[in-house]
Design a protein around this ligand. Sequence first.
Ligand code: NAD
Length: 478
Amino acid sequence: MFEKVKSYVHGRYAEPVEGAYVDKIDPRSGLKRSEVANSDARDVELAIESASSALQAWRDMRPADRGRLLNDLARIIRRSESTLGALESADTGKPRSEMSTLMDLTAQYFEFYGGIVNVMDGEVINQGPNYHVYTRRDPFGVIGVILPWNAPLHQAARAIAPALATGNVVVAKPSEHTSASLVELARIAVEEAGIPAGVFNVIVGKGSVIGPVMARHPDIRKISFTGGLRAGQELGHIAAERILPLTLELGGKSANIVFDDADLDAAARGSTTAFTWNSGQWCAAGTRLLVQENIYDRFVEKLVAEVAVLRVGPEDDATSGPITTQAQFEKIKSYFAIAEREGMTLAIGGKVLSRPGLDEGWYIEPTVYTHVTNDMTLAREEIFGPIVCVIPFKDEADALRIANDSEFGLGAGIWSRDIGRIHRVAGRLEAGRIVVNEYSGGFVQTPCGGFKQSGYGREQGVDALSHYTQLKSVIIRL
Ligand code: NAD
């Protein structure tokens, strides 16, 4: 009998009304691991009703009291790190060694927003002695949070923590491929941290069913969506009809630029992590690696040496694990044929990982293509796998032209020792987050979001509070 992953609504596990489940396949073995509820419209409506019923009391609670509950939840997340980490590692295939960092980040969101909500306030606007004018930040109400599968709890926490802190209630929808850890988080939020039932609900199932029902439901007042461009566009169409506010955190094709004055060893190490972390299943992955012409060959040699020692596999301490879903695995593989057709030069990788015992898992060799031009398919489309295109450039202006020639604008990297150049280039790059002399995901306190087709609105940082509240002016004639 396989474990059944059910929705968690109003402080209880909720059996899907129609009793339907879909199989969850283990990415490490290709075998069935569990069954996940396949919720339908009625299940979504029940979750939204539950959230609506909990709204008034939660929004009326003093921010300090909501903040205390979120901090209690953060403490329990740290205490439950091994349980939550095990669930997430099993679902995603991520190495266990990565989980404590991800669970720490998850807890940090509840600490940060649980604290900062105490100082979030409106302002008094001086209009002379005959008026008292002020602004306040009101919650939206019921917020739908739709999530991808690449870092389930981290992405859930960065949306749910500010939403709850500011007095909203939440119906969260994890990816159908990675639901277990978020269901457990909702359970501990209610049953262990004491967050009232109905404030934090999780509905499990397919996005193509749940997303449109959520977006059309009159009680859903805002959606935070993290995922791919196509689903984001579909949601955007429905939202346009209702004037439903959205935060869209979409895909990327981020440029990572190495100038000739950079520390090339550090740049080769960092640029390897940039496209291989999480097997490349990272929205801000640095998958267009722009390298100055005069150091190109030397740099590629260093890069390939870094990639050659990566350990991909099911082991707890592997550098990265399998691709999380079979559809994504097949999609990544299809790019190898495209690269060959377009005459790209393969420096390393370029195939499914072949090692005894791994044949059934979804493992891809980290792959480097060199002498790529920015018009080639692999340089234009988000692959969401461990493939990097190394593109030569002449000078600063050329680097900027190539970097900004993309429909996406999520992240970017700069490697240089010239502080003037760093600021000039950072100022001109069309991307929501620029990382210099490392390639990392930033901090809980730094805003994250896209330019162009990478989305709009921001998660993380203080600025996210303004995306989970509506500003209201109160004008009093004295
Ligand atoms: P996806 O778009 O397929 O799915 C994301 C979520 O949307 C899932 O929960 C899915 O069930 C749901 N969904 C599917 N169809 C929907 C619809 N029509 N309406 C509403 N919801 C729907 O994305 P994915 O494959 O799970 O994740 C990979 C994508 O997510 C990549 O493009 C990646 O760049 C992006 N991503 C972006 C960020 C960011 O911060 N910008 C972070 C992580 C991932």
